[in-house]
Design a protein around this ligand. Structure first.
Ligand code: AMP
Length: 488
């Protein structure tokens, strides 16, 4: 499905920028979308972040805009010609950075505007004139109203992560923004799913779009075994470790809802001897790539991530996905657990609900996946003091014993990759990055000799069955009623 960028006859400055990025083969979305956009057709693309879709729309847009390229300093010579709309600041920033890199050898200018920060520096950039404007809808409207952004010469508009924009409630803003654009234009819409709302949006604003699909449909795979456990916040880590051990899992993905929570959880799991890495919006792309490579090579057992960070990464087919927090957005549940149990392989999806707000979130998931969710209690193996996780590899330590614990962590681990682990379980040296780390192959269970970090405790006879420790099931609503008042 992939093919070489050299077949595209991209203009030299763009081809050079692509070569600088180290891309060799096109991803499936690029191979399909670039020729269509170059031909000036509208596109309705089902593709998530992480599939290479930014280059799929940016490169052909830039190529077609090269005819307007000029080195004049006059703002009037640099009107907005391409508008890229995204739902979140992180995504807008990420896309804008990529556009800048692809356009770096051209005279085409680009900038990004999003909310939550001072408008003034953005205004100055806009006033200088930019050909490509990347924006979140709310802030863009502010700039339109302040007459900082004029959109009557826009030739291309990209609605990226359109499903997410609708979820957030941006439809009225989008409609207003689109009303400022010329009717004659190319419109590209990308969405992880083609829900009826997305189809309606497309039919109103796209003309004879070419449909390109590289993402999965919006449903949970039947090969995924899904469990929802009622666990207090304090007991979630313990439950996680117990399930990892009992199930004999080799690796897992752990989702949390916030960047802060992500960093905190990864740190405490690491402290407890689990070989963990964190992926969240505050990590650089380079750090994220390294973490991904380490996970794929089997050098890291647990990847703790936020949705935004995970959306930018291609990690599929992991043996298990844990929702340490129930996602705020039910569709994220589908995306999260879609990373396990693919292509006929069986997968495990475990979600921890601690009551309170989780009642509504679980009900939303129930509605979306059209399956009744039963909430199960977890009974712990043994009643050891909380936080005292003796997995056989390390000893419980208090402040005074920190040195001992470090010694244990510093032991080199024989793994399939070359990296040795240092303090806190981080690799000293990242393994050589695969040539095309995102797209060459999906996650495959790495070959590994060492047991994962939670495996040192001897397995019990009931190792395959969480259910041996689980009391009879009760309906979600009833359990939540009982649990609700106790939680934050
Ligand atoms: P995106 O889905 O556009 O957010 O892209 C995700 C990541 O894939 C970005 O870091 C891109 O730099 C990278 N990427 C995009 N296209 C390719 C390609 N053809 N080969 C390798 N990496 C790519």
């Amino acid at each position: 499905m992939t093919s070489s960028f050299s077949n595209l006859s991209l203009a030299e400055p763009l081809a050079r920028a692509v070569a600088d990025m180290g891309y060799e083969t096109m991803t499936p979305i690029q191979a399909q979308a670039i020729p269509v956009v170059l031909a000036g057709q509208d596109v309705m693309g089902a593709a998530q972040t992480g599939t290479g879709k930014t280059a799929a729309f940016s490169l052909p847009l830039l190529q077609r805009m090269l005819k307007h390229e000029n080195s004049s300093t006059s703002p009037a010579r640099h009107p907005v010609r391409a508008l890229v709309l995204l739902p979140t600041r992180e995504l807008a920033d990420q896309v804008a950075q990529q556009v800048k890199m692809y356009a770096k050898y051209t005279n085409l200018r680009s900038t990004v505007v999003f909310g939550g920060i001072d408008m003034k520096p953005q205004t100055l950039e806009l006033k200088k004139g930019v050909e490509v404007l990347v924006a979140t809808p709310g802030r863009l409207l502010d700039h339109i109203e302040a007459k900082n952004a004029v959109l009557n010469q826009v030739e291309y508009v990209v609605l990226d992560e359109a499903d997410r924009m609708l979820d957030i409630g941006f439809l009225p803003d989008l409609q207003r923004i689109l009303s400022y654009l010329p009717k004659q234009r190319t419109t590209l819409l990308f969405s992880a799913t083609f829900s009826p709302e997305i189809k309606r949006l497309a039919s109103s604003y796209l003309q004879n779009p070419v449909t390109i699909e590289v993402a999965r449909p919006n449903e949970t795979a039947s090969t995924v075994e899904q469990h929802f456990y009622s666990v207090s916040d304090d007991d979630k880590r313990r439950a996680l470790k117990q399930i990892l051990r009992q199930r004999g899992l080799k690796q897992a993905f752990v989702f949390v809802n916030s960047k802060l929570g992500c960093a905190r959880l990864a740190r405490s799991l690491e402290r407890e001897g689990l070989n963990t890495t964190a992926l969240h919006g505050d990590k650089s792309q380079d750090e994220r790539l390294k973490a991904l490579a380490a996970f794929k090579a089997g050098e890291v057992d647990l990847l703790v991530a936020t949705d935004v960070a995970a959306r930018g990464l291609d990690i599929k087919d992991v043996p298990a996905v844990f929702n340490f927090d129930i996602p705020f957005n039910a569709e994220d549940y589908v995306h999260r657990i879609g990373r396990t149990g693919r292509a006929g392989a069986s997968g495990l999806a475990v979600s921890f609900a601690s009551g309170g707000n989780d009642v509504r979130l679980v009900a939303d998931i129930e509605k979306l996946i059209k399956k009744k969710i039963e909430l199960e209690p977890v009974e712990f193996d043994e009643d050891r003091p909380r936080g005292r996780i003796n997995d056989g590899r390390r000893h419980w330590r208090d402040e005074g014993e920190a040195g001992d614990a470090r010694d244990v962590l510093d032991q080199p681990r024989e793994r399939s990759g070359e990296a040795r682990f240092g303090r806190g379980g981080r690799p000293h040296r990242a393994p050589a990055a695969p040539r095309d780390p995102f797209f060459e192959k999906p996650y495959e269970a790495p070959e590994r000799e060492a047991a994962p970090s939670w495996e040192a405790t001897p397995k019990t006879a009931s190792s395959r069955a969480i259910s041996s420790n689980i009391k009879s099931k009760r309906k979600v609503a009833a359990l939540f009623k009982a649990a609700a008042p106790a939680t934050s």
